[in-house]
Design a protein around this ligand. Structure first.
Ligand code: GAP
Length: 444
């Protein structure tokens, strides 16, 4: 199978120079493995999150959303098993004390940090939950955790959501937001960080139907990845074996991606059974059972959980979109190569860029108001610096699907040149017809 030809070095450099994602706290020397989304990355991420929400929540009758607190009652994490079992095995270099994940290294080899072969400590389990203290005292009574996954809020809020929404099984509760894990080995840009963004839902079903819904959501996840522009040849569907799965799961498929740094997890699909709801019923005393309206059977629903890392979605969307091509036309540029992000139009940070051919006032008075008009409907950039070829290249690099050039002929024919990012084809369109033209070309 083919690994995407783009390297991480190229992608990280582009992300940084164009303001998609750059190192956090940079003026203080940065903070290891902390990344900030810049103006374009923020738009891309929001577009992904909004498209996901529209697809999986707003457009469906069987899904509702919540937005829960990051710091929950610590009893939640005790009941869920995270305080006890949310661990990675860790070994430590006996010389430099650097810590590594035992399951991701060969302890017979030299230490990757100091290079010595003094060896490593025996593996011990390291809990990934971020501990904090609530209030002014730092004692065991004030210990709390930053959420390690979104799912628990969907479980503990279930009774209130049911009362408020009057949904019936099968139905789901969705959420998007930040999660925190004290990862032993973060790295590979935004692939593994200690705070990251997740979108996931818990889909509640009768246990007799879990297999049907598992297959259904697997297909829906594939379809979402098609929408994000991911080539299916870059995906591997990895059935996780007994003994390897998370403590709550009876069946898990990891959707893995062929990143430039290897085949690794992108998303997960888990059958969480009734594990979580039963644990919360037991520990809190709340009744989490449904009553079947036809048979009056009272039962604890089972759960199918599709989970999507947002930062990994940003990463693979950029990897898939990144292309280097020969630049064919002389008038288009001074370089012989163009870098183009062929992002799905719906996800591109800017949909349109308005480019007056020169900085002269007579073009600006047409181009400025035109950009203002277009941006009421589509995210629109405006750029009047440098040659038109260089500006096309810049818009290609940030994935803008359409450039609109206002030139001196515009002043007489009331038309502009629309250039397509992917084909570089140019079309003359009357200004009055421009909004209709884009309504045909651009999603919603
Ligand atoms: N509720 C289930 C759950 O949280 P998970 O496999 O532990 O499952 C879900 O995590 C997804 O979160 C992963 O498939 C991945 O996309 C993303 N993810 C997990 N750890 C991450 C990290 N340290 N940095 C960035 N994304 C991460």
């Amino acid at each position: 199978m083919k690994i995407s030809s783009v390297t991480m070095e190229k992608l990280v450099a582009l992300a940084k120079s164009r303001g998609f994602v750059f190192p956090g706290s940079d003026i203080y020397g940065g903070m290891a493995n902390s990344w900030d989304y810049g103006p374009l990355g923020t738009e891309l991420k929001r577009n992904i999150m909004n498209a996901w929400w529209q697809r999986f929540v707003t457009s469906r009758g069987d899904m509702v959303g919540i937005d829960a607190a990051v710091i929950m009652n610590p009893k939640v994490w005790e009941a869920s098993g995270h305080v006890e079992g949310f661990t990675d095995p860790l070994v430590e270099c006996k010389k430099c004390h650097e810590r590594f994940r035992a399951d991701q290294m060969d302890t017979g080899k030299a230490c990757a940090r100091c290079g010595t072969k003094d060896g490593f400590t025996d593996p011990k389990n390291f809990n990934l939950l971020f501990k904090t203290f609530v209030g002014s005292t730092e004692d065991s009574a004030s210990v709390a955790y930053l959420r390690g996954e979104l799912a628990q809020a969907m479980f503990v809020d279930l009774p209130q959501v049911l009362t408020a929404s009057r949904k019936r099984v099968p139905f789901g509760i969705a959420q998007q937001g930040k999660c925190f894990r004290n990862e032993i080995t973060p790295g590979n840009f935004i692939f593994r960080t200690r705070e990251f963004n997740l979108m996931e839902f818990e889909y509640f079903v009768h246990d007799s139907e879990w297999e049907k819904w598992f297959e259904y959501w697997l297909e829906q996840m594939k379809s979402w990845l098609d929408f994000c522009g991911v080539n299916r040849e870059h995906l591997v569907f990895h059935e996780i074996e007994d003994g390897e799965r998370a403590h709550y799961s009876k069946r898990t498929i990891d959707i893995e991606y062929l990143y430039p740094f290897g085949q690794k997890e992108l998303y997960g699909l888990a059958y969480r059974t009734d594990f979580d709801l039963k644990r919360h019923m037991e520990k809190s005393g709340a009744d989490m059972r449904f009553t079947d309206p036809k048979t009056n059977e009272k039962y604890v629903p089972h759960v199918i959980e599709p989970t999507f890392g947002i930062d990994r979605t940003v990463l693979i969307t950029l990897l898939e979109a990144y292309h280097e091509e020969a630049a064919p036309t002389a008038e288009e540029g001074e370089t012989d190569k163009r870098v183009v992000l062929k992002l799905p139009k719906a996800l591109a940070p800017f949909k349109i860029a308005v480019l007056p051919l020169s900085k002269k006032d007579e073009l600006a008075v047409v181009a400025g108001p035109l950009a203002d008009r277009l941006r009421q409907r589509w995210a629109t950039d405006y750029d009047e610096t440098q040659s038109i070829g260089k500006r096309y290249r810049r818009q290609d690099e940030i994935g803008t699907p359409y450039c609109v050039t206002v030139d001196f002929d515009t002043l007489t024919d009331n038309a502009v040149t629309v250039r397509d990012r992917d084909t570089m084809k140019q079309t003359r369109v009357k200004i009055d017809e421009l909004e209709n033209y884009f309504a045909q070309q651009l999603p919603g």
